[in-house]
Design a protein around this ligand. Structure first.
Ligand SMILES: [Fe+2]
Length: 155
């Protein structure tokens, strides 16, 4: 997984430079937790694992490195990810488009109709948050999303 390793080294090297310790810890821990969750979900759903893991690595990149608003973080992370992936020269246009789209949509957890990679990222993000805080309040849609994701893993 050469592409994954390249992106992972870059993302974590950038996160290691975050000055505020609590934000640095949150960036590294949340990203690695989403990476673990998406690996399991991608395997269960027959989605390309390396592509899914790269989505996890970059999904909140702008939030952690550019201090953007939460409302804008998915859209801006998608733009930043796209630019970075292009610079690596390792990805096809189609791969970059799929990854950027999934990142850009990942905040819309109430919507179910996105492509499988995108839904996988939403589920992994929610799962990771839930595993850290199992007492978190979940709305009807998010609760169902989490239950469905757990059911996919149990199959
Ligand atoms: Fe996010």
């Amino acid at each position: 997984m050469n592409k994954y390793e390249t992106v992972k080294d870059y993302v974590y090297s950038q996160y290691a430079k975050i000055n505020l310790e609590s934000l640095r810890i949150e960036a590294i821990s949340h990203t690695s937790q989403v990476d673990l969750c998406i690996t399991q979900l991608a395997m269960a759903r027959d989605i390309d694992i390396e592509t899914a893991k790269i989505c996890a690595l970059l999904h909140d990149f702008a939030q952690f490195t550019k201090n953007c608003s939460h409302a804008e973080h998915a859209r801006i992370s998608s733009i930043v990810a796209s630019k970075y992936l292009e610079e690596t020269g390792l990805f096809t246009q189609e791969e970059m488009d799929h990854i950027a789209y999934a990142i850009g949509q990942h905040s819309h957890k109430e919507a179910y109709n996105d492509p499988p990679l995108c839904e996988c990222l939403k589920d992994a993000d929610l799962m990771a948050r839930f595993f850290v805080d199992p007492k978190m309040e979940l709305s009807g849609t998010k609760k169902q999303r989490l239950l469905d994701a757990c059911a996919d893993l149990a199959r």
